[in-house]
Design a binder for this molecule. Structure first.
Ligand code: PLP
Length: 456
């Protein structure tokens, strides 16, 4: 299915002429001659216009959980478009796909989350959660409870509210962000700030940062804590054992709502349906997107527990919030079928029993490599933290240079990964086989060797 070279180059030029990309340095893109253009995918594999085959170690953007090429999802979308392509869920109306999806989701979510609100992206889901918790406290006569506690390195999206919730400094590098009343505490990131500590002790220290922020803001002003069970875009930061239990206890002690952002961790990624189940968290609110439809349609959701939903169901008045496409019928139908696929094919068990152990063993073997500092894995997500300090030739490189070099080489050798600070992260489609994991590890290993030889 190779595209002729001239046609491919013309497309690249058109892209440079007219397309503004997210999170992209356009001067650099132009200097590189334009983007790689992906044409199709199958399973964990992608192809570009030059016929190059790539193992997608990132499932797109952490989302294509069931893998590429699922024609059954195309058929469901087509059927739904022909039957009812759109209707809204405002003003006392509903439709079958959104009703069925709501019921299905509540059966998979951690216990007690019985109601679901829909949006179109992870960012919108988190915006919704923020508005919802403030609406909740207002309904309870405590409108001063506005503060949201989040963490550095968190990624919660790109809208103004979601970027404010996130804790990456680069996301705050636009005037007006973060919005007031969002505070960020340290992440449970041992490689950064807890190397010398026992896990259990670091869990205590990192949870104490949460409590200190609550006390500094005044508990009577704090509405909620938000966290990804495992931070994804921040670098696959797997928290130390005991961290989440402590954070949960702190939230309960000060009567603060707990929001789990499951946009990355949800739908099997950690070896359970949700990261909250992996860490035994009982959240008041869960936000989801990505794996909800495996990226086949834009859809996100906010699941709400009994406590937060009670004022919505029992009091007069309404939550003044919603999107034209909240619960879009085509997206909902595709999401429903995607969940059926995950269930039918036992993909959550596959991650738990096969992908997780194989990634941990395969990548774990690289932990002794001269360029590698630490390997972290949980289920179908992993980080290979490089250690520029290890080699004289890399010690003085600006942060991120080494990881970017390895990432670019991986691309050339047919593996998609992503550089985060001085590390590489992986989140392949959940359908990945042990042979494909071996290929992923082999490519990464040879790229590490090649870069190590260059910098030795
Ligand atoms: N939350 C998390 C944990 C994410 O990783 C992302 C996106 O990567 C988002 C929220 C935002 O999702 P979206 O890009 O769909 O707005």
């Amino acid at each position: 299915m190779n595209m002729p070279f001239a046609a491919s180059e013309a497309l690249r030029q058109q892209d440079l002429d007219h397309h503004l990309h997210p999170f992209t340095d356009h001067r650099q893109l132009a200097a590189e001659g334009g983007p790689r253009i992906i044409t199709h995918g199958e399973g964990v594999w992608l192809w570009d216009t030059q016929g190059r085959k790539l193992l997608d170690g990132m499932a797109g953007l952490w989302c294509v959980n069931v893998g590429y090429g699922r024609h059954e999802l195309g058929r469901v979308a087509q059927r739904q478009i022909n039957r009812l392509p759109y209707y809204n869920t405002f003003f006392q109306t509903s439709h079958e796909p959104v009703i069925e999806l709501s019921a299905k989701l509540t059966g998979l979510l951690p216990e007690g989350l019985e109601h679901v609100f829909f949006a179109n992206s992870g960012s919108e889901a988190n915006d919704t959660a923020l508005r919802l918790v403030r609406h909740y406290w207002q309904a309870l006569g405590q409108p001063e409870r506005r503060v949201i506690v989040s963490r550095r390195h968190a990624y919660h999206g790109s809208t103004i509210a979601a970027a404010s919730l996130g804790g990456m400094s680069s996301m705050h590098d636009i005037p007006g962000v973060p919005i007031p009343d969002v505070v960020h505490v340290g992440a449970p990131y041992a490689w950064e700030s807890g190397k010398a500590m026992e896990q259990e002790h670091f869990a205590e220290v990192a949870a104490r940062w949460v409590e200190e922020a609550i006390l500094a803001a005044g508990p009577e002003r704090v509405a909620a804590f938000i966290g990804e069970p495992v931070m994804g875009a921040g670098g696959v930061i797997v928290p130390p054992a005991g961290y989440w239990q402590r954070v949960q206890d702190i939230c309960r002690r000060y009567d603060i709502l707990l929001i789990c952002d499951e946009v990355v961790c949800g739908f099997g990624r950690t070896g359970n349906w949700f990261g909250a189940q992996t860490f035994d968290i009982r959240p008041d609110i869960v936000t989801m997107a990505k794996g909800l439809s495996s990226g086949y349609q834009p859809i996100s959701a906010v699941a709400v527990g009994e406590r937060v939903v009670a004022p919505l169901l029992e009091r007069p008045g309404r939550f003044p919030h919603g999107f034209t496409y909240s619960g879009h019928p085509v997206a909902a139908a595709v999401a429903l079928e995607n969940l059926n696929i995950i269930e039918r094919e036992g993909l959550v068990e596959h991650v738990h029993d096969t992908v997780g152990p194989a990634l941990a063993t395969g990548l774990g073997r690289l932990a002794d490599h001269a360029l590698v500092g630490e390997v972290r894995t949980l289920g179908a997500m992993a980080a290979v933290e490089l250690n520029p300090e290890n080699m004289p030739g890399t010690r003085d490189l600006p942060s991120g240079t080494l990881a970017t070099r390895v990432r670019n080489l991986c691309f050339e050798h047919g593996l998609v990964t992503r550089a985060v600070r001085d590390g590489l992260v992986f989140a392949p489609p959940l359908v990945i086989t042990t042979d494909e994991i071996a290929t992923l590890v082999d490519i990464l290993s040879s790229c590490l060797d090649e870069v190590a030889a260059q910098v030795a």
